[in-house]
Design a protein around this ligand. Structure first.
Ligand code: COA
Length: 261
């Protein structure tokens, strides 16, 4: 798996994707988006991978947005629409993956960077991170999901504040707004992200994938229909070998040995 703009490392069952364009604060150009899309396909297909951490290279940025050079060159509406769709595709793959995606926000997460982070399952930030949707400063709108995922995550008021003002907020403010789940000193961020990914990877993989599905599908439907989905998933998962193993292991006072069946 060779990539020009990504580093993909393994720590046991955890794959660590590092977006690697530090000279431009890991800005998302077409190639990064295409490679992220390919990396998620490859990791999805590799049954030895059970969780993903995604972060940015260097100490300054997770991702400082879509590549503004490419945005400046967009010649017509169709080209802009295609660019947005390429961003959506990556977010869609992350959200629909069986793999839990932990986002380690190690600095600026602006524009497309915050949008990428919001497509992950859990966001952890370093204390020096800055988050925002500065598209309006450039005379454009959020195009990689920000106008839709941000209000769903933080509510309309805070989403409007960020999307309309273009202001950046600190990691602590982002935590208060439920935009990130935890804040760590910079040197502890990646170890903590990998630790969380390993904790999740030790659970039954079918249960983890089903939980992801339920959260994402359920958020987009009414409560009654969402509870129906939960009942069906609960039934399916209860009938798996992993469910038998997990409950038996508890009763026998030993750790469970999940196999994903
Ligand atoms: N696209 C392309 N290049 C970018 C970039 C982006 N989104 N963000 C930063 N860069 C480049 C800068 O042009 C600069 O390149 P240079 O060294 O060749 O001049 C390099 O990364 C370092 O950035 P710089 O602006 O010099 O760092 P800074 O510390 O002064 O400011 C930021 C950091 C993040 C506040 C600033 O880079 C910024 O505002 N970036 C754009 C954020 C944005 O609008 N993102 C949304 C895009 S939709």
């Amino acid at each position: 798996m060779a990539y020009e703009t990504l580093l993909v490392d393994r720590d046991g069952p955890v794959a660590i994707i590092t977006i690697n364009r530090p000279k431009v604060l890991n800005a998302l150009n077409e190639l990064v988006l295409a490679e992220l899309s390919r990396a998620f396909d490859q990791l999805e297909a590799d049954r030895s991978v059970l969780a993903v951490v995604i972060t940015g290279a260097g100490e300054r940025a997770f991702v400082a947005g879509a590549d503004i050079g490419e945005l400046a060159a967009l010649a017509h509406a169709k080209a802009g629409e295609e660019k947005a769709r390429a961003g959506h595709e990556v977010g869609h793959k992350m959200e629909h993956s069986r793999l839990p995606v932990i986002v380690a926000i190690n600095g600026y997460a602006l524009g497309g960077g915050l949008e990428l982070a919001m497509a992950g399952d859990v966001r952890l930030a370093s204390a020096n991170a800055k988050l925002g949707q500065p598209e309006v400063n450039l005379g454009i709108v959020a195009g990689f999901g920000g106008s839709q995922r941000l209000p769903r995550l933080v509510g309309q008021g805070m989403a409007s504040y960020l999307l309309l003002s273009g202001e950046q907020i600190s990691a602590d403010e982002a935590k208060q707004a439920n935009l990130v789940e935890k804040v760590y000193p910079p040197d502890q961020l990646l170890p903590e992200a990998v630790k969380l990914a390993k904790t999740i990877a030790a659970k039954g993989p079918l249960a983890i994938a089903a939980t992801k599905r339920l959260i994402h599908k359920g958020m987009q439907t009414d409560l009654h229909s969402a509870l129906e989905l939960e009942a069906v998933e609960f039934g399916k998962i209860s009938a798996t070998k992993d469910a038998k193993e997990g409950t038996k292991a508890f009763l026998e006072k030993r750790p469970a040995d999940f196999t994903g069946h």
